[in-house]
Design a protein around this ligand. Structure first.
Ligand SMILES: Cc1cc2nc3c(=O)[nH]c(=O)nc-3n(C[C@H](O)[C@H](O)[C@H](O)COP(=O)(O)OP(=O)(O)OC[C@H]3O[C@@H](n4cnc5c(N)ncnc54)[C@H](O)[C@@H]3O)c2cc1C
Length: 415
């Protein structure tokens, strides 16, 4: 090996890359975190802030396809597809539908829970001593519905949760309003998941952890990475618009953009940009202490530092298509129906790209045939939640001290 600029290059400073950089630094590696932008400005900036340590239910579930036509026909529904893009997502869609089978779900749920469960505690550890500990709050996840029928907790979705010890409890509309007085009287039923966490500013959370990493010695290199080149004597070089850098190890945490950077290695990974939107109500006149999931309209609301944020929806249009902010503005009516007091006069829209594999299980591991080339991307709806544990898993692999977790479900070549 010739000259090295650093031990490890971490490529992508979203929440996953940031948590990787700090975990690798704490293992004693010299780490350089690379991004074309400031930390936590892309997908990790605008999510719903749910730290869902109990999350174990993938997006693809049996019978989902039956609901799809109705969602697609409703312009304010939770799903939209740009039809010109549709043929390109077919290989992903086939695997998506296959993964939502009764036989495959228990293993998927286990893989998700193993990754997600430790993260509320890990975030508290990461924030300790930063002076920003209040960026994370303990709370409940409250699913609410206008349906007069009690939520059926005997369905497969709830059974999978219950079998894994998730603390679920059916509640009435009145009980939901006791927790969140601003909820509409139209709410009739709900489910409560206790022991959750939420952040009051996902973007700032990433920046605070990145600042801590930098204070501990992580270097920040602002550059657009054009490609990754394996070096003949071992290690990797990144070719960027701001010069090249070499390291013996590289961790690819570039969210939805990761798939493209792996193409040169002959790896064709199934990853779709599942684009989601948020709307911030800047002076909401509504205060929430928990994350509220509207089970009828499929979006999450949470009080944050910048106002109340409603977030969700899935749009398949490829990575680069311009945003369609009508998809964010649908939250105006939906949120007003959930919180009648809500002041909707001043709003701000945003779009982000969830990096989604077909089975909702992120890709975490080492690229076969390329020692020292690690990957941690594809966290879909749960990247805020899964980031600290992903960092620990990869830091464990990179230092030959792997965690006591079966890494098979996270492999790149599983499809
Ligand atoms: C509407 C919405 C709501 C969500 N709500 C939640 C939630 O409540 N809880 C939860 O856990 N998750 C949630 N998520 C998912 C979560 O936000 C994502 O899974 C997570 O942010 C992905 O993080 P990341 O670090 O992998 O990617 P990103 O945050 O997208 O970071 C990737 C980084 O790589 C950089 N990069 C890419 N290519 C290059 C290159 N060539 N050169 C240099 N830099 C590059 C980018 O600039 C970017 O900073 C939500 C997502 C959306 C869209």
């Amino acid at each position: 090996m010739t000259h090295q600029d650093t031990d490890v290059l971490v490529l992508g400073a979203g929440i996953v890359g940031i948590c990787n950089a700090i975990a690798l630094n704490e293992k004693g590696f010299n780490v350089t975190l690379v991004d074309r932008d400031e930390p936590s400005e892309a997908t990790s900036f605008g999510n719903a802030g749910v730290i869902s340590q109990w999350a174990c239910i993938p997006q693809s579930m049996p019978g989902l396809w039956k609901k799809v036509p109705k969602w697609l026909l409703d312009p304010s529904g939770p799903l939209s597809i740009r039809w010109s893009y549709f043929p390109r997502m077919l290989p992903w869609l086939v695997e998506f539908l296959k993964s939502g089978s009764v036989e495959k779900l228990p293993a998927i749920a286990d893989a998700m829970l193993n990754l997600n469960r430790p993260n509320l505690d890990l975030y508290k550890q990461l924030l300790k001593g930063t002076g920003h500990e209040n960026l994370i709050e303990d709370c409940s996840y409250v699913f609410v519905t206008r349906s007069k029928t009690k939520m059926n907790l005997e369905t497969l979705e709830w059974k999978l949760r219950r079998e894994r010890g998730v603390p679920i409890q059916a509640i009435t509309g009145d009980e939901a309003r006791e927790l969140e007085p601003d909820l509409s009287p139209s709410i009739q039923n709900g489910v409560l998941i206790n022991g959750q966490g939420r952040t009051t500013n996902p973007g700032r959370l990433g920046k605070v952890i990145a600042e801590k990493a930098i204070a501990q010695g992580v270097k920040y290199f602002k550059a657009e990475v054009k490609r990754i080149v394996p070096l003949t004597n071992g290690g990797y070089e990144i070719v960027t618009d701001n010069g090249n850098k070499q390291a013996s190890k590289l961790v690819l945490t570039a969210g939805v953009w990761s798939a493209k950077l792996l193409k040169d290695f002959g790896v064709n990974v199934l990853l779709e940009a599942e684009r989601g939107y948020h709307l911030i109500f800047k002076e909401p006149d509504v205060t929430l202490k928990n994350s509220i999931l509207d089970a009828d309209n499929k979006f999450v609301s949470s009080s944050m530092e910048m106002g109340m944020r409603s977030a969700g929806t899935a749009e398949f249009a490829g990575v680069d298509a311009p945003p369609n902010y009508k998809r964010a503005l649908i939250f105006k009516d939906h949120a007003k129906s959930l919180f009648p007091k809500l002041n909707t006069s001043s709003v701000q829209e945003w779009m982000g790209r969830r990096p989604s594999p077909p089975d909702s299980v992120p890709y975490i591991g080492e690229v076969p045939g390329y020692p020292g080339l690690f990957y941690g991307f594809g966290h879909a709806h749960l990247g805020l939640t899964g980031a600290p544990m992903t960092g620990r898993m990869i830091a464990g692999l990179a230092s030959n001290q792997p965690l006591n977790i079966d890494m098979t479900p996270y492999r790149l070549d599983r499809f």
